[in-house]
Design a protein around this ligand. Structure first.
Ligand SMILES: C[S@@+](CC[C@H](N)C(=O)[O-])C[C@H]1O[C@@H](n2cnc3c(N)ncnc32)[C@H](O)[C@@H]1O
Length: 264
């Protein structure tokens, strides 16, 4: 361990200075000049994940890059519920995919599924595409589901962690997020739920009867998220993982009844 690196990280306010120093030293791979550059970026406030180039998620290392949202561990709950909910050979669509962490976790755990991710940001899609291709999953540029209309009524599970910070609260976020992540990846509109409403509207079209949309939210927004699901004709349930600090709404499109199918 390089004590000088630990001391610089600690002085810059890094709580886990030893662990961070070990990760930076590993990322520099013996290049002293490279290590100095990485430490300087971290000390200047850049997220550790973009400095080392990856984020831990569901046991995987997801490649990340400056300018793209860093996947959070709490979002593992969305991936875990999708992995459990998707039927064998089914289709999972990840809307607002960012670096592709959810789709990567799903594709890694369930190679039987077709996993398709989408994001409006071409930089995120380029990054996610490189991560997802070796896992047999794909990624495309799309404003919510605009490029996915051909899947309407066929999708088993929609996963999503859309932006959900109320616009007025972005200024209160930690500097790492506020200064280093794109506003478009954070801003959920005046009440925080604008993008959640959009993805739930899209989900009501994309899902097959009985399919579910799994939407990350916050404790502050969970009632709004659930009502948005009900407004789109979906049945809403709430799931939590206290350890991850995660809360999600699971929104189900009603299954067809036998009288529906005999009428069809
Ligand atoms: C909070 S980040 C989450 C990224 C990823 N789901 C994750 O958990 O790491 C939200 C993402 O939504 C994308 N986004 C914002 N507005 C969008 C829109 N209208 N259509 C599609 N994606 C959008 C952003 O580019 C960003 O990558």
């Amino acid at each position: 361990m390089d004590d000088a690196v630990v001391a610089r990280l600690r002085a810059a306010g890094c709580v886990f200075a030893e662990e961070e120093a070990a990760l930076l030293i590993d990322a520099a791979a013996g290049d002293a000049g490279g290590l100095e550059a990485l430490v300087a970026r971290r000390v200047a406030g850049e997220p550790l994940e973009t400095v080392v180039g990856w984020a831990a998620f569901a046991g995987l290392r997801i490649p990340v890059a400056p300018g793209v949202f860093v996947p959070r561990r709490r979002t593992e709950l969305v991936a875990r519920l999708a992995i459990a909910a998707a039927p064998r050979g089914g289709t999972v669509v990840d809307l607002c995919c960012g670096a592709g962490a959810i789709a990567a976790a799903v594709a890694h755990a369930r190679p039987d599924l077709t996993a398709i991710a989408a994001d409006v940001d071409p930089a995120a899609v380029a990054l996610a595409s490189r991560t997802l291709a070796p896992l047999g999953a794909s990624c495309l540029v799309s404003d919510v589901d605009a490029a996915l209309r051909h899947l309407d009524g066929t999708v088993d599970v929609v996963t999503t962690c859309p932006p959900y910070v109320p616009t007025g609260q972005i200024a209160l976020m930690p500097r790492e997020a506020r200064d280093h992540e794109p506003t478009r990846a954070l801003d959920g509109g005046p009440d925080g739920a604008s993008l959640q409403r959009e993805v739930l509207r899209a989900s009501s079209r994309l899902l097959r009867p009985g399919g579910v949309a799994i939407v990350e939210t916050s404790e502050a927004l969970v009632d709004l998220t659930a009502s948005a699901a009900v407004d789109e004709g979906l049945e809403a349930a709430v799931e939590r993982d206290e350890e991850l600090g995660a809360v999600v709404v699971v929104a189900r499109r009603q299954a067809l009844t036998s009288s529906d199918s005999s009428r069809a």
